[in-house]
Write a protein that binds this ligand. Structure first.
Ligand code: KIV
Ligand code: ZN
Length: 520
């Protein structure tokens, strides 16, 4: 049996549809480019029928990303399949991914259909998809709670209808590893035509078993694992890509399996996703958490110094984390900065270095040491390609325990500088109101988070905001040692994006698309 496990990344579909993880079209494309660098085999770019935004994003990814298969999700109905095909047809390697639930529970309460009807729908959907696209994946939603004989019957029929990949999701994260593994074993033994397709796992993490279940699946014949970066996804999330991949790599002798993933791109991919969505991983998250390769206990440090394999089962370098003792501070020049970025795996153009260096100097003025994590944050902020329509020139805050917070904000737009003040519930609220008074653009803050990038009272605060500008959601990010200034910079970034996007849209001919918004 082929020992290669194909990695199917659904960060942009199952991941992105979960609360707090949405991305705009440019952000999705940026992440897709990173997934390509990571060398995932399949990118599930979205659910095209769900919304116009989803459709456009899948289409854009299909047109721009080469080297990976691009999948679009569709329920087992014609409008979904047509829409998915329209979105992915320009991809070099397109795949229609169609699904219907097979558990009696879903049939009775959700679909209100008999087993016979669902079987017919499944076969029809695969046949129709196959008439459009050579590669067709069929998912038996809620497979792990389906009757195994009925499951085998559906699988046999959809393979005859032309399916090339069969996915058996643990949709509600209910299975435990030996059960989930046994389902793959039984299907492999009982379905006569199973050898002509690739079996796939798709696990949710409701019981914290998504990765363990995925490993059980590949130990029992699955050769595609569906997963997301940082394990984002519906409810408790999906199986985490980095954990599956590193388990397969680190335990190669036990599992005898490989993937094509460029593991040195894992950390960068994880960081990019966090910075795009504002959804940070916990410090102790396996593989990509800040503590994953940190050793504090004396005995551990002693062991690591004698030989890293005493306490490290994989090297930080193998997932793209490069530790260094080189400390950068305010006396460091551009050259040192460029060198350090190169060591961290970033090749900066002159313009990118210039932007990063400007921010680096501002922060180095206020902070003794600049750590690798600070550098990555600087890079994220410094390389932001948002058109700068409004620029913050000055900010003055008055606040205190017995004072109503007020903010005076000075903004530059082109050559024009405007100053205004406002009072608010807090200094950030006051500053945002002053920005609103100057720009005349009203934004409703829907998400706001601050994360300290390093420890200590002079740490950089990374601010993430999501703002609703008249129904259009925009993200903004900024890094500063002053969290109020950072909050204003982040808000202005979101505002600039909203204005730029409106300008772009006004200049485009609008297409008429269905408005329905559906989540799976
Ligand atoms: O969890 C699930 O069952 C899914 C399918 C649509 C593949 O996401
Ligand atoms: Zn799912």
């Amino acid at each position: 049996m082929e020992d290669r496990v194909f990695i199917f990344d659904t960060t942009l579909r199952d991941g992105e549809q979960s609360p707090g993880c949405s991305m705009n079209i440019e952000e999705k494309l940026r992440l897709a480019r990173q997934l390509q660098m990571l060398r995932v085999d399949v990118i599930e770019a979205g659910f095209p029928i769900a919304s116009v935004g989803d459709f456009e994003a899948v289409k854009m990814v299909a047109e721009k990303i080469e080297g990976c298969t691009i999948a679009g999700l569709a329920r087992a109905v014609k409008p979904d399949i047509d829409r998915a095909w329209e979105a992915i047809r320009e991809a070099a390697k397109p795949r229609i991914h169609t699904f219907i639930a097979t558990s009696d529970l879903h049939l009775k309460y959700k679909l209100k259909k008999s087993r016979e009807q669902v079987l017919q729908d499944a076969v029809w959907a695969v046949q129709y998809s196959k008439s459009l696209c050579n590669e067709v994946e069929f998912s038996c939603e809620d497979a792990s709670r389906s009757d195994i004989n009925y499951l085998c019957e559906v699988i046999e029929a959809v393979i005859k209808a032309g399916a090339t990949i069969i996915n058996l999701p643990d949709t509600v994260g209910y299975a435990i590893p030996d059960e989930y593994g046994a389902m793959f074993r039984t299907v492999s033994e009982k379905v006569p035509n199973i050898k002509s397709v690739i079996l796939s796992s798709h696990c949710h993490n409701d019981l914290g078993l998504a990765v363990a279940n995925s490993i059980a699946a590949v130990q029992n014949g699955a050769r595609q694992a569906e997963c997301t970066l940082n394990g984002i996804g519906e409810r408790a999330g999906n199986a985490s890509l980095e954990e599956i991949v590193m388990a397969i790599k680190t335990r190669h002798e036990k599992l005898g399996l490989t993937t094509n993933i460029n593991t040195e791109e894992i950390y960068k991919s994880s960081k990019l996703l966090s910075s795009l969505t504002g959804m940070m991983v916990q410090r102790n998250k396996a593989i990509v958490g800040a503590n994953a390769f940190a050793h504090e206990a004396g005995i551990h440090q002693d062991g690591i110094l004698k030989s890293p394999i005493t306490y490290e089962i994989m090297t930080p370098q193998s997932v793209g984390i490069k530790h260094s003792t080189l400390v950068l501070g305010k006396h460091s020049g551009r050259h040192a900065l460029k060198q350090r970025y190169a060591e961290l795996g970033y090749q900066l153009s002159d313009e990118e270095l210039q932007n990063a260096y400007k921010l680096f100097c501002q922060i180095a003025d206020q902070k003794k040491e600049i750590f690798d994590e600070d550098l990555e944050t600087i890079l994220e902020s410094g390389l932001s390609s948002t058109e700068e329509i409004y620029h913050l020139v000055n900010l003055q805050i008055t606040s205190g325990t017995n004072l109503r917070p007020t903010a005076t904000v000075e903004l530059k737009q082109g050559e024009q500088i405007t100053i205004d003040s406002a009072a608010g519930d807090g200094p950030v609220d006051a500053a945002y109101k002053a920005v609103e008074r100057i720009t005349g653009v009203v934004g409703k803050l829907t998400e706001y988070s601050i994360k300290s990038v390093h420890s200590g009272h002079d740490a950089i605060g990374e601010v993430f905001v999501r703002v609703d500008f008249d129904g259009t959601l925009m993200n903004g990010r900024a890094a500063s040692t002053d969290i109020i200034a950072g909050s204003v910079h982040a808000y202005i970034e979101a505002l600039n994006r909203a204005i730029a996007s409106k300008k772009r849209k006004d200049g485009q001919q609008k297409k008429v698309m269905p408005k329905d918004s559906i989540t799976v």
